[in-house]
Design a protein around this ligand. Structure first.
Ligand SMILES: NC(=O)c1ccc[n+]([C@@H]2O[C@H](COP(=O)([O-])OP(=O)(O)OC[C@H]3O[C@@H](n4cnc5c(N)ncnc54)[C@H](OP(=O)(O)O)[C@@H]3O)[C@@H](O)[C@H]2O)c1
Length: 255
């Protein structure tokens, strides 16, 4: 029963692996049997993660990666390939968020979110696809979007817009690459406590937000494991172009 979820023999690259969801995803994929390559800018954190994965019996390597830099993306894939072989599983997870009223948002804030959350997702996925197509190998790409790509909250205009775009981009990539055996799906988490949102969750607004979740709580990281492995593995072999929501019912909360 669990065999279809195995990632034995797979080579995974996870962007934004230095904290939060990306760190957790890296450990989950390694536990399922993948050789994992973890990328982000804060390399000391990646080194700790590689050690933790090794201690748990997994196989991992760290690569320096700034997803807003095209050369850095290419180098990360080249290093990953030299270490473990062609990357056939990508978790496009790196992301940034800032909050504030739309009309007051500095251009720089807008741009960094578009560059990191959208342009980089496109470039990383294309780098993976080009290499898979050249190698004649199938693969899976998971683009991490958000419930804010499907419904809006005020104060995060750029984030909402980039995450909605990632969902549409995912569907386009799925349609274009299906013939090459490359599945592309979006994972849309609700709220999970990380460095990105801890200040919000600890504020009075955070309490109100949790009250609007039908399950009356935020998610635990391990509640993303099944959905992640479904999209990554043969268990999801007929899934492509989907946007998988994991949010305790938050999107269904009453209007
Ligand atoms: N937590 C949630 O509730 C939630 C809900 C929905 C969606 N998400 C999405 O989940 C993803 C992970 O977020 P998180 O909550 O885990 O936040 P986090 O703890 O702040 O992690 C963000 C990660 O992105 C990396 N990153 C940012 N800019 C980068 C760049 N230019 N190049 C490479 N890596 C970069 C950071 O690494 P470095 O700074 O070391 O580079 C860090 O590892 C994001 O896409 C986020 O939008 C989170």
């Amino acid at each position: 029963m669990t065999q279809p979820f195995s990632l034995d023999g797979r080579v995974a690259l996870i962007t934004g692996a230095s904290s939060g969801l990306g760190r957790h995803f890296s450990q989950v994929l390694a536990n399922a049997g993948a050789s994992v390559v973890v990328g982000a800018r804060r390399s000391s954190r990646l080194d700790e993660l590689v050690e933790d994965i090794g201690t748990a019996g997994g196989e991992a390597a760290a690569v320096p990666l700034d997803v807003t830099d095209r050369d850095s993306i290419g180098n990360a894939f080249t290093e990953a390939e030299a270490r473990f072989g062609v990357v056939d599983l990508v978790v496009n997870n790196a992301g940034v968020a800032s909050s504030g009223r739309a009309e007051e948002m500095p251009d720089d804030d807008w741009q960094v979110q578009v560059d990191t959350n959208l342009t980089a997702v496109h470039r990383v996925a294309c780098e993976a696809a080009r290499r898979l197509i050249a190698a004649g190998k199938p693969g899976a790409i998971i683009n991490v979007a958000s419930i804010l790509g499907l419904r809006v909250a005020p104060g995060t205009a750029a984030y909402n817009a980039t995450k909605a775009a990632v969902i549409h981009l995912t569907k386009t990539q799925a349609v274009e690459w299906a013939k090459h055996g490359i599945r592309v799906n979006a994972l849309c988490p609700g709220y999970f406590r990380t460095e990105m949102n801890q200040a919000l969750l600890d504020s009075p607004r955070g309490g109100e937000l949790v009250n609007r979740v039908p399950m009356r709580r935020i998610g635990r990281m391990d509640e993303l494991d099944g959905p992640l492995l479904l999209l990554a593995s043969e268990a999801g072999s007929f899934m492509t172009g989907s946007a998988l929501v994991v949010d305790g019912g938050h999107l269904c909360s009453s209007l």
